[in-house]
Design a protein around this ligand. Sequence first.
Ligand code: NAD
Ligand code: DAU
Length: 360
Amino acid sequence: MEKEDLTLLVTGGAGFIGSNFIRTALEARPLWRIVNLDALTYAGNPGNLRDLPAMASSRHTFVHGDIRDGALVDHLFEEHHFDGVIHFAAESHVDRSILGPEAFVETNVVGTFRLLESSLRFWESAGRPRGFRFLHVSTDEVYGSLGPEGYFTEETPYDPSSPYSASKAASDHFVRAYYRTYGLPTVVTNCTNNYGPYQFPEKLIPLMILNILEEKPLPVYGDGLHVRDWLYVVDHCEALVTVLERGLPGETYNIGGGEEKTNIDMVHLLCDIVDERRGRNSGEAESRKLVRFVTDRPGHDRRYAISISKIREALGWSPRYSLREALSRTVDWYLQHMDWVEQVRTGEYRKWIGRNYEDR
Ligand code: NAD
Ligand code: DAU
């Protein structure tokens, strides 16, 4: 992008990665302003941005609304003349997509389509500015499952397994089609599994940390030998800042941590870190005794692993954090934020939303 004082539309900025992105971006780029459009589904929580420092919070505006509401998004474009869009808003949990796929089609496919339409209307009316970017934040799950060898590249054919990954694949196709057909300067990123502060405790890592702390069973799907590549959320957010500033329209960039682990090894590692933090001797393998192998997830992809050669060579990004260091930070964050956990679990934060955002 050519300018430094950007005004950006972030969708889904009250969720896990979106809120981390807003914090990272506003701290790293003191001239950026962000309008954060979020429908506040069960996964969205404005409290995720409560710790924004004052120098950043004055440049953040929260709007409670749905990306499918084209009139609202058009209005936001008219009001703010955005230099770009970073699109996080989605239904993001694979297990929920198996139980109820329709919400995934609605938000991930229809919502992305409506956002593209509004972006295109604005971009054309503004004289097709070259520096505009529509950055679509997507997942490595669109590529399907790998065998024991090899890596996803940007050329790997799409082969999604779950309703979640199918809906993300559909949205990626729409985003690319708007570049090829209308010239809208879009960029797609496909990233591996994230972890870090503010992740909703339905996902593997926070679920396991909290269950270990509460000495509840640790449900590991199938044989526990499914492999994921883990990336600390701050690294992902820094990659997105890089792609927004330097990524080329029409391109796709894969993002990953280079930290492959089987689920059972990950759960054992978390047991050891938590035991260590609580002064238990990890040699006694206290928490590991809580592991329970449970019925597998249908359509469960066996292995994800991604090549980051393109983003490293073209844009100079690679992750800064090692898995061990960032997992320890993440465990510490949950230990220090049990109030957040309680709010998220009890629905107390919804009352907080009512008190703080009822007029928006
Ligand atoms: P999340 O579920 O924590 O947050 C999603 C946010 O989107 C929530 O704040 C929610 O309120 C909002 N939202 C949902 N539907 C909306 C709608 N119709 N209109 C406006 N807002 C709506 O998700 P996340 O884990 O932060 O993931 C963010 C994005 O990154 C998603 O697009 C996901 O596919 C992608 N992604 C996630 C990961 C991961 O490991 N979590 C990895 C790669 C890519
Ligand atoms: O790869 C990127 C994707 O990572 C993102 O696109 C998704 O939005 C994000 O949710 C994540 O998907 P996964 O399905 O990989 O994440 P999840 O945390 O649900 O599960 C990680 C692995 O752990 C997966 O192999 C399933 C397994 N698992 C999960 C849960 C919740 C268990 O064994 N037990 C569990 O209780």
